[in-house]
Ligand binder design. Structure first.
Ligand SMILES: *Cc1c(COP(=O)(O)O)cnc(C)c1O
Length: 353
């Protein structure tokens, strides 16, 4: 794929690593590519980061036909730049696209485009420990048309955002509300696709959780509201009686790459790991029996998020006395050490640029 490059005339000032948060600052350049039925994906280009001009009738604004990905570029101590399982992100992007009738991209070409963009933006990859450059590939439907059908035209873009230390106040367990009043996704629906609608569907319950002092929502299955699915933007793990359990991928759970990395590592270490249905009652019963050792979430942004408290109806349980469990810590440390090039990469997840 021949990519044209237009450089920004003036570069933005770069923030101090210590001031970085998440998702507020964007680099000087972005990657763009367009689709129409005749030319397919065409005009791949790196150009200055800029607003996308669109007609108010543009379909994505009305019908939400869009997919996205999230991954990071890491700077190692020796100055190398590396990605964590990027091929799997583009594979998942295509899976999400199929679910939303969006034309697939060529995974290898787009990974190459990302590498070229990163080469141009290397100075934006922060240096401080545990900081990184967040990468957001996105596809949106572009037809100026009101009426429900799949769009004919699309825009693919990649933007980059330097992000700070996720646990700047320490690796503290979060509090989660298990809701029975709302559902995020149902079998046969969109749950396993990374699409904005799933997030729109989660906002109302998320606000309710915050009002009662909880950070995030744990979703139950949309049919019986009995089985645990996932947290808003994280998959979930339970450690019960030395068995690590994550809900099996059932079509309404997003197949997280961090989730898969935890499972692969657990198998590599010969730990007892299961992907299966687990009901919320099982979790509370295990706690009652003194067998619930740890709960943690997994996702690209935080990597591992220990859960210190669960609220379900009027029952509140505390896990691990406000401390991070050894298993959550072991996965966090190993995965981040691999990402930052501080540990061996036994499962070959790293791709250098
Ligand atoms: C992205 C995402 C995750 C986590 O996936 P990772 O690949 O581990 O970052 C989990 N749940 C939802 C709904 C997501 O969108």
């Amino acid at each position: 794929m021949q990519i044209s490059i237009t450089k920004a005339e003036k570069l933005k000032p770069k923030p101090d690593d210590a001031d970085l948060t998440f998702g507020t600052i964007f680099t000087d350049h972005m990657f763009n590519m367009d689709y129409d039925p005749e030319n397919k994906w065409h005009n791949p280009r790196i150009e200055p980061y800029a607003p996308i001009a669109m007609d108010p009738s543009t379909m994505v604004l009305h019908y939400g036909q869009a997919v996205f990905e999230g991954l990071k570029a890491y700077r190692t101590e020796s100055g190398a730049i590396q990605l964590f399982r990027p091929k799997d992100n583009f594979k998942r992007l295509n899976r999400s696209s199929r679910a939303l009738c969006i034309p697939e991209i060529d995974e290898a070409s787009v990974l190459d485009a990302l590498k070229q963009l990163l080469n141009l933006e290397t100075d934006w990859i922060p240096h401080a420990p545990e900081t990184s450059l967040y990468i957001r590939p996105t596809i949106i439907s572009m037809d100026p048309y009101l009426g429900v059908r799949a769009s004919y035209m699309y825009r693919f873009f990649i933007i980059l955002s330097p992000v700070g230390v996720y646990y700047s106040e320490g690796f503290n367990p979060i509090k989660i509300w298990v809701t029975k009043d709302h559902v995020r996704a149902v079998r046969g629906g969109m749950g396993e696709a990374k699409t904005p609608g799933n997030y729109a569907a989660s906002l109302y319950a998320g606000e309710k959780a915050k009002k009662i002092g909880y950070t995030q929502v744990l979703w139950l299955d949309g049919v019986e509201q009995k089985y645990v699915e996932e947290v808003g933007s994280m998959n979930i793990f339970f450690v019960i009686d030395n068995e690590i359990i994550s809900p099996e991928l059932n079509g309404s759970i997003l197949p997280g790459l961090t989730r898969d990395s935890v499972i692969q590592l657990a198998k590599y270490w010969n730990m007892k790991i299961s992907e299966r249905k687990i009901s919320i009652d099982d979790v509370f019963n295990a706690h009652e029996a003194g067998k619930l050792q740890e709960i943690f979430g997994s996702g690209t942004a935080a990597v591992i998020s220990p859960v210190g408290e669960l609220k379900y109806n009027d029952n509140v349980i505390r896990i691990g006395n406000g401390k991070v469990g050894p298993i959550a810590h072991k996965f966090f440390k190993t995965i981040t050490d691999i990402q930052f090039g501080k540990a061996e990469d036994p499962l070959r997840w790293i791709e250098r640029i």
